[in-house]
Write a protein of this length. Structure first.
Length: 441
């Protein structure tokens, strides 16, 4: 069976490796982070993802997934899939291609005649042709087309449900030439029933960026509407629900406390950067990002203002923040670019005198402790003695909260901030000393 080297065992590389092993491929998982590698060699994933742990354990034990820190001594590889991170440079918000550059050099030093190289990381339009292929040609001495095939095969699964979606979602494929498309299609057709080949490498790169920029922009619309409603004393969720109900032309998303996560927080910037280079206007995407990034500051200011009204000085206040992972559904332990982390940073920068406690239903207490705040191991514990309780992601367990029970543990008068509107506002109507707040209400 074909041997596949997956370069980078993060959220993308690890789930894909398991999905490939399930279909019979011999997978070599290459991961340069020694701590992660050691854990994976024991068959234990380094993040929470539905269904991943038992499959990884099984395929590592069965020898269908072998793990290595690099390609030295791994033998012949038929296909290389590159899935390393493509973050932004922090200050300029421009794409950082350092990880891609290193991995391309390594693959180029190992690749043999006839292999397929598939880039899966999200990259700026033009990266495959202008950066990846020349780097492989330089370090391998082979020519694309004659010596190796090259495809761009974007990952489009949702974190928390990736293994299921890898077997279901259409796989978009852009190739250097027809042979590259054929090779990549044959491989991914073993994973999923639908292959969508597009006209060029650039087209496939663009599809991925368009996907995520579109999602970010839709959320920014809902979030701006929510802010407008808030200032008018209207309930945004009630209005959005009404506008969507049995009306075939609407599907407005629910508002959220900004939009984070490793992908949506960066991909519009990558597309905007590429657009700028092409002389095109991408101001709408950047405006959406601005809206989605600034909500956290509004939340901090609003909570501080309401505490002032109920005469609770910040140096005597305890704020409990629940839901640190960047989203609650599907479940994940991913903290990268979580808006809850932005919230923690802004509270502690503006109000260092307030006591902040944290809780998350998915992330382990040990991992939460690395954030440097007092960790509660249950929501009840978090609420005990708190002046403010904030539900910052949409974990399904929050829908089961009994408002009376949870707020009875708090130091009243108190604020209950339900960012994702996991509870009905009217459930709080009878609670005299509790103020219910949320994005858009
Ligand atoms: N997370 C998602 O669900 C998702 C979805 C779609 C697309 N993407 C894109 O896929 C890419 C990977 O995302 P991720 O979330 O898996 O990233 P990640 O940061 O979780 O994982 C990347 C892994 O690659 C490893 N690595 C870096 N350089 C290496 C090298 N030279 N050799 C071996 N290993 C190396 C890192 O140590 C890390 O473990 C990004 O471009 C991202 O934008 C991610």
């Amino acid at each position: 069976m074909t041997s596949v080297a997956v370069m980078g065992m993060g959220y993308v590389g690890l789930t894909l490796s398991v999905a490939l092993a399930k279909k019979g491929f011999n997978v070599i998982g290459v991961e340069k982070n020694l701590d992660v590698l050691t854990q994976l060699k024991e068959g234990i994933p380094h993040f929470t993802e539905k269904g991943l742990a038992p499959l990884l354990r099984h395929y590592v034990k069965a020898g269908k997934i072998r793990l290595s820190q690099n390609l030295v001594g791994v033998g012949k590889v038929d296909t290389y899939i590159i899935s390393v991170g493509t973050p932004l440079h922090k200050s300029s918000k421009r794409p950082n291609t350092d990880y891609i550059g290193q991995v391309l050099e390594e693959v180029g030093g190992h690749v043999q005649q006839g292999a397929l190289i598939a880039l899966r990381s999200t990259v700026a339009v033009g990266t495959s042709r202008k950066i990846a292929i020349p780097e492989i040609e330089k370090s391998s001495g082979l020519q694309v087309g004659d010596g190796f095939s090259f495809a761009f095969v974007p990952e489009r699964t949702i974190e928390g449900n990736a293994i299921q979606e890898l077997e279901k979602n259409p796989q978009v494929i852009g190739g250097f030439d027809e042979a590259s498309i054929q090779k990549a299609s044959q491989m991914f057709a073993k994973l999923t029933p639908t292959i969508l080949s597009v006209s060029s490498l650039e087209a496939a790169e663009m599809v991925k960026l368009m996907d995520n920029s579109y999602r970010d922009l839709r959320f920014s619309y809902a979030n701006q509407v929510a802010q407008i409603c808030e200032s008018m004393g209207l309930d945004a969720n009630e209005l959005i629900d009404c506008a969507n109900t049995h009306y075939p032309r609407n599907s407005i998303p629910v508002p959220s406390p900004g939009v984070g996560g490793a992908c949506l927080s960066k991909d519009p910037y990558i597309l905007a950067d590429a657009a700028k280079k092409a002389g095109a206007d991408a101001s709408l995407l950047l405006e959406g990002r601005r809206i989605n990034e600034e909500i956290v500051a509004d939340i901090v200011n609003r909570v501080a203002a309401r505490l002032d009204v109920i005469k609770k000085p910040m140096d005597q206040v305890t704020i409990g923040i629940a839901g640190l992972a960047f989203k609650g559904q599907p479940e994940t332990s991913d903290l990268r670019e979580s808006t809850s982390i932005w919230l923690l940073e802004q509270f502690s920068a503006n109000y260092p005198e307030a006591l902040i406690k944290v809780y998350d239903p998915v992330i382990s207490d040990t991992e939460l402790e690395t954030l440097g705040f007092e960790v509660s191991s249950s929501l009840e514990q978090l609420a005990s003695g708190a002046d403010v309780l904030m539900l910052m992601n949409n974990h399904a367990s929050y829908t089961e909260i009994d408002p009376y029970m949870i707020t009875s543990k708090m130091r009243q008068p108190c604020l209950f901030y339900d960012a994702w509107r996991m509870l009905e506002k009217n459930m709080f109507d009878e609670l005299d000393n509790v103020e219910y707040l949320g994005v858009g209400v």
